[in-house]
Design a protein. Sequence first.
Length: 157
Amino acid sequence: MALSFSRVVAAPVGRVFALVDDPEMQKLWRAGLLDTVATSEHRREAPVGATFRQRVRTGTRVVSWRVEILEWERPRVIAVRVAAGAVRVDVRWRFEAQGDGRTRVSWSAEPSGGGVARWLAGPVVGLFGGRALGAQVAALAALAEAEAAGSPGLAAR
């Protein structure tokens, strides 16, 4: 089961990309994200292949995800593989300048791998991705738009 979402954000493409690209900034708009720790060496401007561990609170549980950067092109694309146990999901963010200071943000997630692991990942993508995605993208948009309008937005918190 694949899941996708697209929204226009009233903020420049470089700023929206930076909010998704920077793990510390992600904490401002990704509900439940506790921390992101590098588990491999990488160059900031060439991170493909880099791996991280992210801890995310989901309800009363804390889940540890392994994140690998699959594709990265500033300010156009960030693609990662997120894994926990046998469950693996490929997530892709696309950022398109709209020519008027706005950015179209497109997000997709699809289970990767095969067999039982892919079968198990499908409901995870649908249930957790679908439920949380709208709220997370709305928070991302609110932060980016507040900053574009000259307000510190959520960054002041």
